[in-house]
Design a protein around this ligand. Structure first.
Ligand code: SF4
Length: 403
């Protein structure tokens, strides 16, 4: 069995570095044009060059998303953009639109092409056609079950399969949702989704316009389209057996903390599965516990397990569960502060590939003046001493349980 790649989101250069330091084999990122995350920081061509160099120096891969659906008017701009990106030698371009695929073939035939989940590939026949088009990899639709994924791999083994294992889900097939465009004039298929599926809705009877009927699942209301978040960790062994080549983590607009923790968990899980499968089973509760320390909605296996009849929507609230707060990270010289904290607080240190360490903040010194302070605020650069001896490495994260 081939060890699947861990593929993490890189919404900006900082998140790219966190993903790689915490064990991603590859990252995916978007430039300023034609990608589907307007709200992610996104990379200028210069930042992309720096990110690709950073990854390649560490033996990691970078895939660039170009997965918006193009209009005729887009192609002139796309041509020069693809030329610019090709010079940076990314490891693949992720496209949805066959017109964009054809353009990339003309301009940069040396680049590998991955087909985005936006293209809704749900069967092996499409994968066969894409193979004829020399597509290297297909990111399958999130609606497929593990047996369906295994069948596609069996029938078209030469095409790599990438499967989402973690993160937010849509209530519609990716690339086919018009809700946000219609209700908020923000096109999800152009990367500007307003998350309209997660709003609160009422029922209106046809002949009584203006009379809103509350849909009340319980006292808090009902969010009928609000999908839970995907978490495939418990079925990772089945996904490996199905022949998945790449495990994709969703979340280019999520925080560096989210990227670090989720990447670390899936890295450890896949390594354990291949080195000591029994340990994977033993470690599963701990790893699930870690995944609950990032901002998330209740987790679901989504459509991966057909016989699983759990409810995939979360009716009570569309808010995220945030039990832990990202306080700071160690940049190699000092701590860069992200959220307020003070001397005496109980904290956890979370480092790449290491065990979580619990301690208390003993003292805080401002980096520039060495002045001792009791409380820090976002963007402070400080030195911290802790109540117990702890091991701190670059990219160590400081977090605390919210009270
Ligand atoms: S509105 Fe909801 S279902 Fe539609 S694209 Fe946005 S997140 Fe997905």
């Amino acid at each position: 069995m081939r060890k699947p790649e861990i593929l993490s989101p890189a919404g900006n250069l900082e998140k790219l570095k966190f993903a790689i330091e915490y064990g991603a084999d590859a990252v995916y990122l978007g430039g300023k044009l034609f990608n589907l995350r307007e709200r992610a920081g996104n990379f200028s061509v210069e930042e992309m060059a720096e990110g690709i160099e950073y990854a390649h120096l560490r033996g990691k891969r970078v895939y660039v998303t170009l997965n918006a659906f193009a209009r005729n008017r887009d192609f002139e701009e796309l041509k020069s953009y693809v030329k610019e990106i090709a010079l940076l030698k990314p490891d693949a371009l992720i496209v949805s639109d066959l017109g964009v695929l054809s353009l990339v073939r003309e301009i940069a035939p040396e680049l590998d092409i991955h087909i985005s989940t936006q293209a809704n590939v749900t069967n092996y026949k499409v994968v066969e056609i894409l193979k004829d088009l020399a597509v290297k990899r297909v990111v399958l639709a999130r609606e497929l079950s593990i047996p369906e994924i295994a069948e596609i791999k069996e029938k078209v083994p030469d095409v790599e399969l990438e499967v989402f294992v973690h993160g937010a889900m849509c209530m519609a097939y990716s690339g086919r949702c018009l809700l946000s465009d219609y209700l908020a004039y923000r096109a999800s298929n152009k990367g500007a989704c307003s998350q309209s599926c997660r709003w609160k809705y009422y029922i209106v009877e046809e002949k009584r316009p203006g009379e809103l009927y509350e849909i009340e699942e319980d006292g808090k209301g009902t969010y009928i389209f609000n999908s839970k978040d995907l978490c495939a960790l418990p079925v990772l062994p089945e996904l490996v057996r199905a022949g998945v080549d790449s495990f994709k983590i969703e979340g280019r607009v999520k925080s560096a903390y989210y990227v670090a923790v989720v990447t670390d968990v899936y890295r450890k899980a896949v390594d354990l599965l291949f080195e000591s499968p029994q340990e994977f089973e033993d470690f599963l509760p701990f790893l699930m516990g870690e995944l609950k320390k990032v901002s998330h909605r209740p987790y679901t296996l989504g459509f991966l397990v057909p016989e699983n009849e759990e409810i995939k929507q979360h009716y009570e609230s569309s808010s995220y569960i945030r039990d832990y707060q990202f306080l700071a990270f160690y940049n190699g010289r000092s701590w860069t502060v992200r959220n307020r904290f003070s001397v005496g607080e109980e904290v956890e240190l979370f480092s790449p590939g290491a065990k979580v360490q619990k301690t208390k903040v003993k003292a805080i010194l401002l980096q520039d003046s060495a002045e001792s302070i009791e409380e820090v605020h976002p963007n402070y650069e400080v030195n911290i001493s802790f109540a117990e001896p702890v091991r701190v490495t670059p990219y160590t994260i400081l977090r605390k349980k919210k009270s």
